[in-house]
Design a protein around this ligand. Structure first.
Ligand SMILES: Nc1ncnc2c1ncn2[C@@H]1O[C@H](COP(=O)(O)OP(=O)(O)OP(=O)(O)O)[C@@H](O)[C@H]1O
Ligand SMILES: [Mg+2]
Length: 470
């Protein structure tokens, strides 16, 4: 590609001599004698480089420079100043000029500047291509699903990617796609130029979180031999993803709160306020409202984080999305393991739809990966599914045959009471869940799909009806 250069100078001799010299070097050249013509040429001729004289007859190059940049942000402007006019040169650089050159100049200096700019352009082009590649990667990983609850999530991602300053709180059980959603919001926002930085508050020792996040000054504590910048500083201009936010230590919460309010923070051991431009995305699978009740999470921080909440539904609430995702992962793993499995039998689909998917999409993904590796047949049948998923068929929309017979016959006994039957069944499952969860009420309630409060009430009713001492 021939580089296009525009020379803007009111002195004809300079325009012509520079034009001839640069043409001989193989560049395409256009010239302009006034600011107005220059702006028109920037629009029509679309130069990559503009040599702009600072003192045009009756015009100031410093006024024209921003107008050029307004037309085309990418065009590189080199200003030509009188020897020693360093103030103008500095001003021009501040306004976005690439460099300056003193008049009268040597052709060799001009050539060097052009070389530097073209190298820069090549680099930018490379970055552009890499970004395109990255975008393709992002689109490959797009969030699958058609359920209305997922459409709501996708709409929010769309809105949030256009509002790149809004704090986001992503909620959802483990494996529902919180990481995926955080990446999607970042990668579609204008902040995507730099990578999103993530800190998992549950995965690093609590005493390290503050310095990881906010950095520290030299000698802030024993072993702090040098100043270290934290994630919040490194990610300036980008997004910081605070995963498992419920694990953020109580004593650190005011610092994050201050940052969300004032966009400023201090390094550990530092006095100076550091201001950065960052979007915070937080995520949790914990019940934050309960953590507030238990005084483990600050209510004011909760409100500051919860500006726009995104709720990811459990997989079992997403209906046919289960099959869409299963087919998607089947396709993915067929490619990866060079297999040609065509799909699922009706019975297998039924089991997938009935199973509870406590590990959500991650569990489904792992199950499909395992099956694709192991199965040799054309279609995946229910028998190919792990036992716990297959078992959903016998309890999902009814009961096993023998259990059904037993229940049917009860109806014909005198004294049958629906209320007692239901109560027996409730008591049975509560007992089972409590045993399974080692008497942990919170876990058992989650397993039973009821609130902890509802579980306590039922335990009182069924097991402590007489002495009420739970
Ligand atoms: N809607 C979806 N479409 C396609 N893939 C998905 C979807 N949701 C989740 N996944 C995939 O499921 C896996 C788990 O998702 P992710 O890690 O985002 O979950 P998470 O909610 O962050 O889990 P955790 O709470 O354990 O951190 C990932 O491999 C992710 O790519
Ligand atoms: Mg996650």
């Amino acid at each position: 590609m021939k580089i296009r250069i525009l020379i803007v100078d009111d002195e004809e001799t300079i325009r012509l001599s520079l034009k001839e010299a640069l043409k001989d070097l193989g560049y395409s050249i256009s010239t302009a004698a006034t600011g107005t013509i220059a702006l028109e040429k920037v629009k029509e001729y679309k130069p990559q480089i503009v040599f702009l004289d600072m003192r045009l007859a009756g015009e100031n190059g410093l006024d024209i420079l921003p107008k050029i940049k307004e037309i085309d942000r990418k065009v590189e402007v080199v200003i030509m100043t009188a020897y020693g006019d360093i103030n103008t040169a500095v001003m021009a650089i501040k306004l976005g000029a690439f460099d300056y050159i003193n008049k009268p100049f040597d052709l060799l200096d001009v050539e060097i500047i052009i070389k530097r700019i073209t190298e820069n352009l090549k680099l930018q082009n490379k970055i552009y291509l890499l970004e395109k590649e990255k975008e393709k990667e992002v689109n490959k990983k797009i969030i699958k699903g058609n359920h209305p609850l997922m459409n709501e999530v996708l709409n929010k991602i769309d809105i949030l990617s256009k509002n790149d300053n809004v704090t986001v709180l992503i909620r959802g059980e483990t494996g529902t796609g919180k990481d995926l959603v955080a990446s999607a919001i970042h990668n579609r926002s204008i902040r995507r130029g730099s990578a999103m930085l993530k800190l998992n508050c549950g995965a690093i020792p609590q005493q390290l979180i503050e310095s990881e996040l906010f950095g520290f000054e030299k000698n802030a504590f024993t072993g702090a031999n040098n100043r270290k910048r934290g994630l919040m500083e490194i990610a300036d201009g980008s997004t910081v993803f605070l995963d498992e936010i419920a694990e953020l230590p109580m004593e650190l919460q005011p610092k994050l709160l201050r940052f969300l309010d004032e966009r400023k923070f201090k390094r550990v051991g530092g006095l100076e306020d550091i201001e950065v431009d960052i979007r915070i995305i937080a995520a949790t699978n914990k019940d934050l409202e309960k953590a507030i009740e238990d005084k483990e999470f600050r209510e004011d921080l909760y409100y500051r984080l919860n500006v726009v909440p995104v709720y990811l539904p459990r997989l079992r609430e997403r209906g046919d999305d289960i099959l869409i995702l299963a087919n998607n992962f089947l396709y993915e793993y067929n490619c990866k393991f060079n297999k040609k499995i065509k799909g699922f039998t009706d019975r297998a689909k039924e089991a997938l739809l009935l199973y509870s998917w406590k590990g959500n999409v991650r569990e489904l993904k792992n199950v499909i990966e395992r099956i694709v590796i192991l199965v040799e047949s054309e279609y995946i049948d229910s028998g190919d599914l792990p036992l716990e998923i297959r078992s959903a068929l016998s309890v999902g929309n009814g009961f096993s045959k023998s259990r059904q017979d037993e229940m049917d016959s009860k109806l014909f006994y005198a004294g049958f009471s629906l209320e007692n039957e239901v109560a027996d069944m409730e008591a049975y499952y509560i007992n089972l869940a409590l045993k399974y969860c080692g008497n942990n009420y919170t876990k058992a309630a989650e397993m039973l799909g009821i609130s902890r409060f509802a579980l306590k009430r039922r335990i009182e009713k069924y097991f402590y009806a007489d002495n009420n001492n739970v």
